[in-house]
Write a protein that binds this ligand. Sequence first.
Ligand code: TA6
Length: 288
Amino acid sequence: MQPIRTLTAHCSLSHNEAGLPLLTIDNAHARAEISLFGAHVLSYQRHGEPASLWLSDKAVLDGSKPIRGGIPLCWPWFGPAPERVGSGKPAHGFARTTLWSLDGVSDHEDGTLVHLSLGDTKSSHALWPHAFELELDVLIGKELSLVLTTRNTGTAPIVYNAALHTYLQISSPAAISVTGLGEPYLDKLTGQDEQQQGALTLCAAMDRIYRQPDAIVTVEDGDRSIRVVSGNHDSIVVWNPWQEGASAMADMSDDGYSTMFCVEAAITADAGVTVMPDEEHSFSTVII
Ligand code: TA6
């Protein structure tokens, strides 16, 4: 780790072994790390409590691929690139594999606010030919709050999909019970539309898009309760690859699946969200 530069009383900047900038926030409420590669929240832990986010012990942090764990930002598409974007583009877009700018950090009573941004470049135009400004506001306090804002700085409307692909740390699949997802969902493993009955439990691979979620999704994990409060999204994605899926991933240990569960505030509708020139659209998630 290269030398640390103090940015505020509670935030410092260093570089990891690959030379990528890393923010470490340690304030009265919590400790967190944010990589500027992908504006990726790697960790968040309230003092005296277990970690809220899961980060793979095999995560690749050198910028050669997306980081497995924490909160990857899927943008401006979710999953494989849709037809309007064209084939052969990276899954989940390019925001999570691009170096972002740090625009500001400030300490407040309720936490440390980090402001990150990404603008269009020649290489972004090769993947997605639009002028944009993407902003991520992260508040590290007794809650972890993320707001992702897409601003259209061009002259034609833009359409986007996205997700705040949050990997929650859980004690074990058998211990969790999830409510607040609403009923209708698409089971991506079968391609079938289904209806949720009661609380969700986890005992096999899962990849679902809940179409009418409540604002608050609660993950009960033994005697712990994690709330994911989201706004302005159109769906919640839940994902666990289970053992077979984990084994197939080079950046996840075979048993990695047993301590993670993704609950993702997302914009997954085929139509996406249209942002007109000079306008912006935001959506958010708060981990409590
Ligand atoms: O959010 C669920 C999902 O879209 C799954 O389909 C699964 O592939 C996962 O994301 C991870 O994607 P990644 O590109 O990070 O391997």
